[in-house]
Design a protein around this ligand. Sequence first.
Ligand SMILES: [Zn+2]
Ligand SMILES: [Zn+2]
Length: 85
Amino acid sequence: MLKTSLFKNLKKKFNQNSCSICLKLFKINDKIYEIICDHIYHIDCIEKWFILNNTRCPVCLQEDLVANLYIMIKILENKEDSSKK
Ligand SMILES: [Zn+2]
Ligand SMILES: [Zn+2]
């Protein structure tokens, strides 16, 4: 699982108040993922983005190596699952 934070104390830590993928505002206690470049997204949104696109930040295109590894493992696991059926 990607390391997530709960969305809190927006102004202290983050300079974003909405997710650039779904364009919704973050709510307190939303699960968010903070990319290496400090951009933040809903964990569900960024996971889908990583799988469908690549593990670059949708906004600044910086590659997140932690996510890269995580997604590679996840895709491999999915392949194994589907070959068992
Ligand atoms: Zn989102
Ligand atoms: Zn970024």
